[in-house]
Design a protein around this ligand. Structure first.
Ligand code: SF4
Length: 337
């Protein structure tokens, strides 16, 4: 009997990677899993982990490594070598990044190969056979990525050639339909999966507009800049200056925690309304406009009268009151991102 090998599974917690895990039970393989989180992930659970992936790993009794895509991932977001998809997603470079990180972990835990739940031709950018092979090659994992769901459509990998896994037990699924996966899941009683494809803000058109704007106006942006893009309405006032206006109480509370450089926090003195952040090197020039926009989104009863707005320097804590008219949509809507 062949020596038992260890493999590292890329586990999203979605249907396909869960099925890949279930399929590997039929082979003499020890599996550990890795789940990647990032600032752009929309399905992460509290504490930086991902609920669905943790649930799947726990149910299977396997060790789960949670790896956050760090500041180095932002460099990939800024300059992807293989281009972008329909929005700001750069799926090929993103997969190369993840595979490289997985390779490091694979070595660290003494695993011999990688397993993924990928299905050939399922996604437009990164899941064509040629691209899948390019990704594994660029990550230094040529022939070391086993894709149990579509292995029979792919070239034979080292784990198959070496007899670590039985190729006869692997599948030949392709395309976007999930029919085969769903019937396999039903047959095996697999229920605890979720978080399907699409939990990435880089594929979201509105978020993509914001990140594109950041890339154009602050190309050296960092994770704090990205975090701020997730909340509020964003207005580009000039190349160096932006206004972010909370859309509800929860967003106001989150925005109050941000303290970008050279920034002011604005809120209405006499009415309920948003918390706004005016940030950038020219922020001082736009205080009246920002106060007027803040009033526009507040519960101001009589818009023919001036409104008192508190303006706090978020660095020094100095606060003052300005009195402004509520801004008219025509005066600022062109700046909305
Ligand atoms: S959708 Fe987002 S997370 Fe998924 S591969 Fe593309 S860029 Fe990466």
């Amino acid at each position: 009997m062949t020596e038992k090998k260890k493999a590292l599974l890329l586990l999203s917690g979605g249907l396909d990677s869960t099925i890949a895990l279930v399929m590997m039970k039929e082979h003499n393989i020890e599996v550990e899993a890795v789940h990647f989180t990032s600032l752009f992930c929309t399905c992460g659970g509290k504490g930086g982990g991902c609920g669905p992936a943790s649930k799947v790993a726990e149910a299977a009794g396997i060790k789960l490594h949670i790896v956050g895509k760090g500041e180095d991932y932002l460099e990939v977001v800024k300059k992807p070598e293989h281009g972008r998809g329909s929005n700001m997603n750069m799926c090929i470079d993103c997969r190369i990044y993840a595979f490289r990180k997985a390779k490091e972990l694979m070595k660290k835990i003494g695993a011999s190969f990688i397993i993924t739940g990928e299905v050939v031709d399922q996604r437009p950018m990164s899941q064509h056979k040629k691209t899948m092979l390019l990704i594994e090659k660029e990550a230094g994992l040529k022939d070391l990525v086993l894709r149990p769901l579509c292995a029979l459509s792919m070239t034979e990998t080292i784990p198959e050639k070496e007899g670590w896994v039985d190729r006869a037990k692997l599948k030949n699924i392709s395309g976007r339909s999930r029919k085969e996966q769903l019937s396999f899941a039903e047959e095996k009683g697999v229920k605890d999966y979720s978080c399907p494809a699409g939990g990435c803000l880089l594929t979201d058109p509105q978020f993509a507009r914001r990140i594109k704007d950041l890339l154009e106006n602050k190309p050296e942006f960092d994770s704090k800049d990205v975090a701020l893009l997730k909340y509020g309405r964003h207005f580009r006032l000039d190349k160096d200056t932006k206004l972010v206006v909370g859309r509800n109480k929860a967003e106001n509370e989150v925005l109050e925690q941000f303290k970008p450089e050279k920034s002011y926090g604005l809120c209405l003195e006499d009415f309920n309304g948003p918390f706004s952040i005016l940030a950038g090197s020219n922020a001082g020039k736009y205080i009246e406009l920002a106060a007027g926009i803040t009033a526009r989104y507040g519960d101001v009863e009589d818009k023919s009268k001036k409104v008192r707005v508190s303006v706090k320097d978020l660095l020094t804590g100095n606060e003052r009151i300005v009195e402004v008219m509520t801004a008219k949509d025509a005066d600022f809507m062109g700046a909305l991102l």
